[in-house]
Design a protein. Structure first.
Length: 398
C-alpha cells in the first residue's frame, strides 16, 4: 500500500532535519575540540595558579601532623584538607599539571551532564555546546589558571539542581552538604528545599554535616582554627585596596572604582529586595518547580549582594543558567539568558578583543564579570516572573 503524500512529506522533513542535525553536530564537535586544545595549552602555559598552593600546603600539613591552617591563604573547612591529600603525593609541578587537567575535565563533565538533560535527539549537540561555553570560555580560562577548587563545584551545581527538579530531595541536599564540607560556595541553594518546605531533608543533612564538621575540628590538626577564618571570608578576605578589582560583588566594584560606599549599599539593597520579591511571587504562584532559574537567581543574588565573589564562582552560575534553558528550551529563554551566558562563555581571544583582559586585577575585567552577573540575575528574575504570570492565567481559565 502506498503511503499518503502527507506522511511522505513528514518523513522527508524528518530526514532532512536529522541530516542537518548531524552536520551541526560534526561542525560543533570540531570547534569544541579545537577550542579545548587551545585552552589546555593556554592554562598549562601559566606559571602556577595562586589558589592551588593553599590546597596543597594544607594537605601536606595534614599528612605531617601540622595545623592545616599554617598557610593563612587556606580558608576552607578543615574537612577539605583531607579531600586534597592526593595533591601532596606528587611534586609541585606534576601536582599542578594534574590538578589543572582535573579542573578542565570537571568542566567537560559538567557539559556532558547538561547534555543529558536535553531533549532526545539534541543531547549531543547540547552537550557539545555546553562544553564549549563552560570549558572553552574566558571564565574557565581565568578560573582554571587560578587553580581554585570552585571549578569542581560546577558539576555539583548541575547534579544538585537536577536532583531538586526530580524531587530527589534527600540525595540532592546530601550532595549539597558534602560539597559544603569542601567549600561552602553552594550553600545558598538550600533556599530551594526551604521554599518547598523540605524541612526533614534539610534538618537531617544539616545535622549530619554539622556532626562531621565537629569531628573534623576535633581530630584534624588546627581544625578549631576554622572559626577565625569565617569572619575573614565574610569581610571579603584580602580583596580590598589594590586587589578590590578581583572582587566581583557590587561592594567590590564600588571599592575598585572609588565610588561612594552608599552607592554600593543601595545597589545591594535593590538586588536583595528584587530577589526577595521574585521568590515571594514564585512561592505564591506555586511555580517553585522551576528549580534551575530559581537556583540561578539565588546564586546571582549572593554573588552580587554578598561581601565577596570571585571569577571562578561564575562557573556555577553559568551552569545553572544553561540548565534553565536546556530543561525548558524556547527562543525566549535563549534570548533572555543569551547575553550573560555569552559574556561568561566567550573564548578568551574574543573576550580580550571586546575588552576582557587577562590580568586578574583589571577593573575592565571586573566590569565584564559584574555586567554578566547583573544580566543573568535579571534573566532569572524575568524567567521566574513570566512563569508565575502564566501559572496565574492558567488558574483563571479553569
Amino acid at each position: 500500500m502506498a503511503c499518503p503524500g502527507g506522511q511522505l512529506t513528514g518523513m522527508a522533513a524528518a530526514g532532512a532535519g536529522g541530516s542537518a542535525r548531524r552536520r551541526l553536530t560534526g561542525v560543533l564537535a570540531v570547534i569544541t575540540a579545537a577550542v579545548l586544545c587551545v585552552q589546555v595549552v593556554f592554562v598549562l602555559d601559566f606559571p602556577l595558579g595562586q589558589d592551588f598552593y593553599p590546597l596543597r600546603n594544607a594537605a601536606q600539613d595534614l599528612l605531617a601532623g601540622r595545623s592545616v591552617y599554617t598557610d593563612s591563604w587556606f580558608v576552607y573547612p578543615p574537612t577539605a584538607a583531607a579531600v586534597f591529600t592526593p595533591l601532596a603525593a606528587a611534586g609541585s609541578s606534576a601536582a599542578r599539571t594534574w590538578w589543572t587537567l582535573l579542573l578542565l575535565a570537571a568542566l567537560v563533565g559538567t557539559g556532558a551532564l547538561l547534555g543529558r538533560r536535553a531533549r532526545p535527539g539534541w543531547r549531543v549537540v547540547t552537550g557539545l555546546g555546553s562544553v564549549l561555553l563552560l570549558a572553552g570560555g574566558c571564565t574557565a580560562s581565568v578560573s582554571v589558571r587560578l587553580g581554585n577548587a570552585s571549578v569542581l563545584l560546577t558539576s555539583v551545581t548541575v547534579l544538585v539542581l537536577a536532583g531538586f527538579e526530580r524531587s530527589r530531595w534527600l540525595r540532592a541536599t546530601g550532595l549539597l552538604t558534602i560539597s559544603a564540607l569542601v567549600k561552602p560556595l553552594l550553600v545558598p541553594l538550600a533556599v530551594i528545599p526551604a521554599v518547598r518546605r523540605r524541612w526533614r531533608e534539610l534538618g537531617a543533612c544539616a545535622a549530619a554535616g554539622g556532626a562531621l564538621l565537629a569531628v573534623a575540628m576535633l581530630t584534624i590538626p588546627g581544625g578549631q582554627d576554622v572559626r577565625q577564618f569565617v569572619g575573614y571570608v565574610l569581610s571579603g578576605t584580602n580583596l580590598h585596596g589594590t586587589n578590590a578589582a578581583s572582587n566581583i560583588c557590587l561592594s567590590g566594584w564600588v571599592e575598585a572604582h572609588h565610588a561612594p560606599v552608599l552607592l554600593g549599599s543601595a545597589a545591594r539593597g535593590v538586588v536583595l529586595l528584587v530577589a526577595a520579591a521574585v521568590v515571594a511571587v514564585v512561592v505564591r504562584a506555586r511555580v517553585a518547580e522551576r528549580v534551575a532559574p530559581l537556583g540561578a537567581l539565588v546564586l546571582a543574588t549572593v554573588f552580587l549582594a554578598g561581601s565577596i565573589a570571585e571569577v571562578h564562582y561564575l562557573l556555577s552560575l553559568l551552569a545553572a543558567c544553561l540548565l534553565a534553558v536546556i530543561v525548558q528550551p524556547s527562543r525566549f529563554r535563549a534570548a533572555l539568558y543569551g547575553p550573560g551566558v555569552l559574556l561568561l562563555g566567550a573564548p578568551l581571544v574574543l573576550a580580550s578583543f571586546a575588552g576582557h583582559p587577562m590580568p586578574l586585577t583589571s577593573t575592565a575585567r571586573q566590569n565584564w564579570d559584574v555586567l554578566a552577573e547583573l544580566l543573568l540575575f535579571a534573566a532569572a528574575a524575568v524567567d521566574l516572573l513570566r512563569d508565575a504570570r502564566s501559572a496565574r492565567q492558567a488558574v483563571r481559565t479553569k
